[in-house]
Design a protein around this ligand. Sequence first.
Ligand code: PGA
Length: 264
Amino acid sequence: MLVILKRDAGQVSRQAAQLVASAIRKKPSLVLGLATGGTMVGVYQHLVRLHQEGSLDFSQIVTFNLDEYLGLPATHPQSFHHFMQEHFFAHVNVSARNIHIPDGTIRGNYDQYCASYEEAIRAAGGIDIQLLGIGRNGHIGFNEPTSSIASRTRLKVLSRETLDDNSKPFAPSEQSPRCAITMGIGSILDARKILLIATGASKAAAVAKSIEGPITSAVSASALQLHPDVTFIVDDPASSQLTQREYYLRVLEMTALLTPDRLS
Ligand code: PGA
């Protein structure tokens, strides 16, 4: 596990975008796992800028989003389909046929639909890089605390903390979604490389438990300790509860000297 400590959110998103961009330049047909949420907005801004400057071509990449609210059509302003259009797809040249986001409008036959999402990932050759945010409760995707570490794409009931965090943008008259379709922790762990980004003090406890705590289904992101190629990129406030900061900084220095590819 590589822990990249950055001063602020701007530096975190720049570093994450750089890592994604260089992976796409090395493999133009990269299969990219995408995430939504406020933390990701800056990453997409940097990627869009690189594309508009002419230095990054997305025409061959294939994307799979982690999750979508159940019950929201793609046109709903709070749907993750809408988020992805607004912040990324509308501004870059990802081919529409290569974009995959779980369908929030399905009714019934959830297992069958979720198995077909997993099958599409397999048919694309598996995810090369999975981008992740993290919830205050340690969730990745919508894998809420107590999710099985072996879980696959499935229907998931949202936790109280997630409902509180995510209900704000919904109109007061509107019932915010109670469930989602999400890739599982097992699906995420199948990715060849994982990049988790976290910013702000509200994420500090979840970040510390994920990196330095025991592996437990009570903190879904702690399962990432089982993966051989995970990079956390965190800003100062989000890293404030890590006890091994000095060690991570020394690892970073040596990584820059010995295996600089991991940082660019
Ligand atoms: P956020 O969400 O980036 O909006 O904080 C992250 C998450 O819940 O995974």
